[in-house]
Write a protein of this length. Structure first.
Length: 195
């Protein structure tokens, strides 16, 4: 009995250290990403949109996004180049760090009050929910830059981003509707810039 109890205590104490090591390694690996993802309001040059806030994002989504960039399945040259040589373990570590990264959850600036997009966003909220009810591989959108959200939805519409469900959800939305949905999510407090 003592051996079993000791083994359980040892396993319980080893696990957090391992998770802490993964986060520390992820923080170290993220250093090359800071040049874009730690500057509040930083924009992509062309097409012009804000670099996404990633602090507080769900780790499984980050893993899937970085893996897609590495495989060339997402259309951003700089991200493909940065993810190209990342191992699966490094990607997992970065994702764990970002989910826990110090940040101030914030809303993104927008000129739209978000009310027009609230009705259109109801369909989105079937998957894109905040809190514990959110699916691990579905990104959090609250507080994300509206210009980034519009660009992502346009990439799904054009097929530059591959996801049959997302493509079907946004395919028939007008530019005005995309902007309204983006404003709705942007005005919520959520994601932040990595500190």
């Amino acid at each position: 009995m003592k051996k079993i109890v000791f083994g359980l205590v040892l396993a319980a104490t080893v696990q957090p250290a391992s998770a802490a090591d993964a986060v520390a390694q992820g923080k170290h690996a993220f250093e090359t990403c800071r040049g874009c993802h730690s500057i509040a309001g930083y924009s992509n040059v062309y097409p012009t949109y804000h670099v996404p806030k990633v602090a507080g994002q769900r780790s499984q989504y980050i893993v899937e996004a970085l893996t897609a960039y590495r495989a060339g399945e997402r259309p951003h040259g700089t991200m493909k180049a940065n993810a190209n040589n990342l191992s699966d373990k490094t990607i997992e570590n970065i994702a764990q760090y970002l989910e826990q990264a110090p940040h101030r959850p914030s809303a993104a600036p927008t000129t739209d009050d978000g009310k027009a997009g609230e009705a259109a966003a109801q369909t989105c909220l079937a998957c894109h929910v905040e809190g514990e009810d959110g699916q691990a591989n579905v990104p959090r959108l609250a507080g994300q830059h509206p210009s980034y959200l519009v660009q992502a939805m346009q990439d799904y519409q054009s097929g530059r981003r591959k996801n049959a469900l997302m493509q079907s959800m946004v395919q028939n939305l007008s530019e005005a509707e995309l902007n309204q949905i983006a404003a709705y999510f942007a005005r919520q407090e959520g994601l932040g810039v990595v500190q």
